[in-house]
Design a protein around this ligand. Structure first.
Ligand code: FES
Ligand SMILES: [Fe+2]
Length: 425
């Protein structure tokens, strides 16, 4: 059982909190590339109010929202080649937080050299702007395949969640819920062929056999379901500290084709889920994915179905087609599941079962990681050398395999042979 103290450790990410200290040891997305155009963007991440902007070089800078002079909001500031200039008295700041100009101070004053504003390094790739908010030398930006993909191979967006990030990420490595929350009459969402087959296996086999395996980056979760003379294997990954890798978008899977949810705290009671649809085999169909991700979405990356409107649940639909009565779009179902426990899920009230084994292990892993950082150790999975910065062992699967096949051996073979293309569903 999770204690209250553990729940706090797992869910608090503001400055100075142990959980926040862990989060700050990893690069995190702070905005989508498409959001940062010719105006500064006010952002909040890990409880910190910041402004994101591009200077004359086009590179992103991330500095404290309030001007260190008399605290006016810098997101209203003027963009200049060297940085951003405060509207109130004209102080100018560069991407590193240096104060370059104080035009109301006496001629020749060196006071500007004494003012250093909060500033975090940024790195732009994969359709997002990443930042490192921790101490010391930033680790290498992880070369996850989806982050290094060209524009043709990854589609990136985000969705607002009115809840703590962890309870939402836990849904990504919770294989049992697929048989319930997302269940619908097979074919009820228009899927055909192998997807339809998997859908009906999911509906019939409500007790997947779940195994886990520790990896250098987190946890591999194997879920097996009987499927006649075969078995249906789903391999998902929890990646420290706040990511889920799984076969999404109609079951696309394999090391070269998968989906990622990256759950980044705005504060402890809300977060952005950054979504990556990655396919380096066939490339991504942007028009199709645009239509898909805009399903049931309002302006500002905010979903239409919310707790306030009871996720537009339709009881007549529950009798006809879907288990949830919340349409056929899976992400909407997930919103219901992860937001309704409350803004910060109180884990002391849970009654965990055998199907929650991966959730329990992921929490344990996070608590150990938090303690490691408290004890001055390196956070697990942080990349410091190019040798480690290869993720061919980050395998995602949704496949039918032979009944007698051992899934761990099957995965190990994939990692070794890297015969990725043969595995495409
Ligand atoms: S408050 Fe920004 S320059 Fe004075
Ligand atoms: Fe789900």
């Amino acid at each position: 059982m999770t204690t209250r103290e553990e729940n706090d450790l797992l869910t608090r990410s503001g400055p100075g909190t142990p959980g926040g200290e862990l989060m700050r040891r990893y690069w995190q997305p702070v905005a989508l590339t498409e959001e940062l155009k010719d105006a500064p963007l006010q952002v909040k991440i890990l409880g910190e109010d910041l402004v994101l902007f591009r200077d004359g070089t086009g590179k992103p800078g991330l500095i404290g929202l309030l001007c260190p002079h008399r605290c006016a909001d810098l997101s209203y500031g003027r963009l200049e080649p060297e940085g951003i200039r405060c509207l109130y008295h004209g102080w100018l700041f560069d991407r590193q937080g240096h104060c370059l100009d104080q035009p109301a101070e006496p001629e020749g004053s060196t006071y500007k050299n004494e003012v250093k504003h909060t500033a975090y390094p940024c790195h732009e790739m994969g359709g997002v702007i990443l930042t490192y908010m921790g101490p010391g030398e930033p680790p290498l930006v992880p070369k996850f395949h989806f982050l290094g993909a060209t524009e043709n191979n990854v589609f990136t967006t985000k969705v607002f969640h009115a809840c703590n990030q962890l309870q939402a990420n836990e849904g990504n490595f919770d294989p049992a819920h697929l048989s319930f929350l997302h269940a619908l009459n097979p074919g009820g969402d228009g899927r055909k062929g192998v997807y339809l087959e998997m859908q009906s296996v999911m509906g019939k086999q409500t007790r997947p056999k779940i195994d886990t395996e520790r990896t250098r980056f987190g946890l591999r979760i194997y879920a097996q379901r009987d499927a006649g003379d075969k078995k249906y294997l789903r391999l998902t990954n929890f990646v420290l500290p706040n990511m889920g890798f799984f076969a999404g978008d109609g079951g696309r899977s394999g090391p070269t084709s998968y989906s990622v949810h990256w759950h980044v705290p705005i504060d402890d009671e809300s977060h952005w889920r950054y979504d990556f649809y990655y396919d380096s085999n066939e490339g991504v169909d942007r028009d199709r994915l645009n239509t898909k991700v805009n399903t049931e979405m309002g302006p500002g990356y905010r979903p239409e179905r919310t707790r306030e409107n009871r996720y537009l649940q339709n009881r007549a639909e529950m009798k006809r087609n879907t288990f949830s009565g919340m349409g056929i779009y899976f992400p909407s179902h997930d919103l219901f599941a992860v937001e309704t426990p409350g803004p910060i899920h109180d884990r002391t009230r849970e009654h965990l079962g055998a199907s929650d084994v991966a959730i329990v292990q992921a929490r344990r892993m996070l608590l150990n990681a938090i303690r490691d950082v408290q004890n001055g150790k390196e956070a697990p999975g942080v990349i410091r050398s190019e040798n480690e910065n290869v993720f061919n062992d980050l395998v995602v699967l949704a496949v039918m395999i032979d009944k007698e096949q051992d899934p761990k051996k099957y995965c190990a073979e994939i990692v070794q042979t890297q015969d990725f293309h043969a595995l495409k569903v």
